[in-house]
Every structure is written in structure tokens, then in C-alpha cells.
Design a protein around this ligand. Structure first.
Ligand code: ZN
Ligand code: ZN
Length: 244
């Protein structure tokens, strides 16, 4: 399976080590036709952008770089965090509508949308690794929150589903299929991704295979993801960044 794009990379605007120019150069060097710069939303603690308007600055920066890379389509998006049980993302609608791509994901260290979300979403998700008794309950809460995000925002794909914060992949894949939202096979994190591919296949959801690169050197590192979906015979036409 050949992949023409890496739709999930970070830069120095959030917690990445390279600039947008570094990531674009790296993507061009690896023969990709498209790249997305998708820094973390502002409510991801310690790793997010300074504020929502940072994404507009990144857009301007990338627009200035684009003429130097005529062969490359560069998208500016965000990896927004779900910060509440109602699926609230850490970006306002007026910023989201200016983005080329929207990723939604769960990250344990975030500033919650409300005190109730702190108590019933953020804190128990941090405790879930220590107290297995919370796991089932949080899996339900997280799955509902992600599905709400998928229904309330134009989410292109869900980043690293079921990593760090548990989610029901079947429920998620079913909702995503109905909204044309893909699930991500994230090659930057090492955890079991077979169940993501199987759930997507079962419910007819698409997949996106991305590096989640935080260094220019790992931009376009997609081979392990391609090998996994091939091994599980997932149809290439359902992979949003596969060359057909
Ligand atoms: Zn992430
Ligand atoms: Zn990421």
C-alpha cells in the first residue's frame, strides 16, 4: 500500500521539534504529495499552542512557504483535545472553520471545560491506570464524548483511538462511519492497533495512517501502519491517504 500523505504532524508551535518548514522539507524528501501541520489545541497542558489564534499564524506562515514547495499540498489543521463529556473541543468554531483539517483526540492532561468535567472526566481518566474499577465507566464516558465530538464538529479523523484513555472501538467506528470520520492508525505510538483496523472494517469506517511526528525525521514514517492494514486485508480505498 502506497501512502501519499501524512495528515498528523507537530511543530515548534506546540510540542514538536521542527518548524513547519522543516516538516514540509522532510515530507518532500520522503516523496509525499501532501502533508498536514496539526499542532495540539490550547487546552492540552504543557503541549498545546499558546492560544487558538496561533493556528491562524501557522496558516500565514505556511502560505508563505508554499511557493517553495510547488509539488506539495500543505494543509494546516489542528489536533484538538476533547475537554468535556459533551464532546467539547479546545478550539472555537470560528477557528475550526478556517482550518483545512480537524483531528479530535483524547489526551489525559488537559484543562477541562467545566468543574463537572474535571470531576467526572479529567480526574477519573488520570486515575484509571491505578484503579481498574474505573475502567469500564471511563470507557463509556470517553466513547460518548468522542461520539459527541464527531457529531458536533467536522472531524476528519480521531487520533490514536483507545490510547491512554479507553474507548469502545466498535461504538466509535459505527458513529464515525455514519459521519465519514476516519479512525487513525498512529505509527508514532506503540500500542495494539489491530482492533482499530478490525472495528473500522466491521462498521465501514475509513482509516488514516499517520506518523504523529514530533520530529522532522519521523515525518512520513508510515510503513508500519501500511503493513498492518495490508496484513489485516483492510481495503485500500477506505484509507484516506492511500494512493489507489
Ligand atoms: Zn495526540
Ligand atoms: Zn499528535
Amino acid at each position: 500500500m502506497e501512502l501519499f500523505a501524512d495528515y498528523h504532524t507537530h511543530t515548534t508551535h506546540s510540542d514538536g521539534r521542527g518548524t513547519p518548514a522543516d516538516n514540509i522539507r522532510a515530507a518532500a524528501g520522503r516523496g509525499l504529495k501532501a502533508l498536514a501541520i496539526t499542532d495540539h489545541g490550547p487546552k492540552s497542558v504543557g503541549i498545546g499552542v499558546a492560544g487558538p489564534e496561533t493556528f491562524l499564524a501557522i496558516k500565514e506562515e505556511v502560505a508563505g512557504l508554499a511557493p517553495g514547495f510547488p509539488e506539495m499540498e500543505v494543509l494546516v489543521g489542528a489536533e484538538a483535545s476533547v475537554i468535556g463529556r459533551d464532546g467539547r473541543l479546545d478550539l472555537p468554531g470560528e477557528i475550526i472553520e478556517k482550518l483545512d483539517l480537524l483531528i479530535a483526540g483524547l489526551h489525559p492532561y488537559h484543562l477541562p471545560a467545566s468543574p463537572g468535567d474535571a470531576l467526572h472526566f479529567t480526574l477519573p481518566n488520570l486515575a484509571v491506570r491505578l484503579r481498574r474499577s474505573l475502567w469500564e465507566k471511563m470507557r463509556n464516558t470517553n466513547t460518548k464524548a468522542l461520539i459527541e465530538a464527531v457529531y458536533n464538529y467536522p472531524v476528519d479523523f480521531i487520533s490514536h483511538p483507545d490510547l491512554m484513555m479507553p474507548a469502545d472501538l466498535d461504538e466509535l467506528a459505527r458513529a464515525c462511519a455514519g459521519r465519514e470520520t476516519a479512525l487513525e492508525v498512529n505509527t508514532g505510538h506503540h500500542y495494539n492497533k489491530e482492533n482499530i483496523v478490525r472495528a473500522a472494517a466491521r462498521w465501514g469506517a475509513g482509516l488514516a495512517i499517520n506518523s504523529d511526528a514530533h520530529f522532522p525525521e519521523t515525518v512520513g514514517n508510515l510503513a508500519a501502519g501500511a503493513a498492518l492494514v495490508e496484513k489485516l486485508r483492510f481495503p485500500a480505498e477506505m484509507v484516506i491517504n492511500a494512493t489507489l
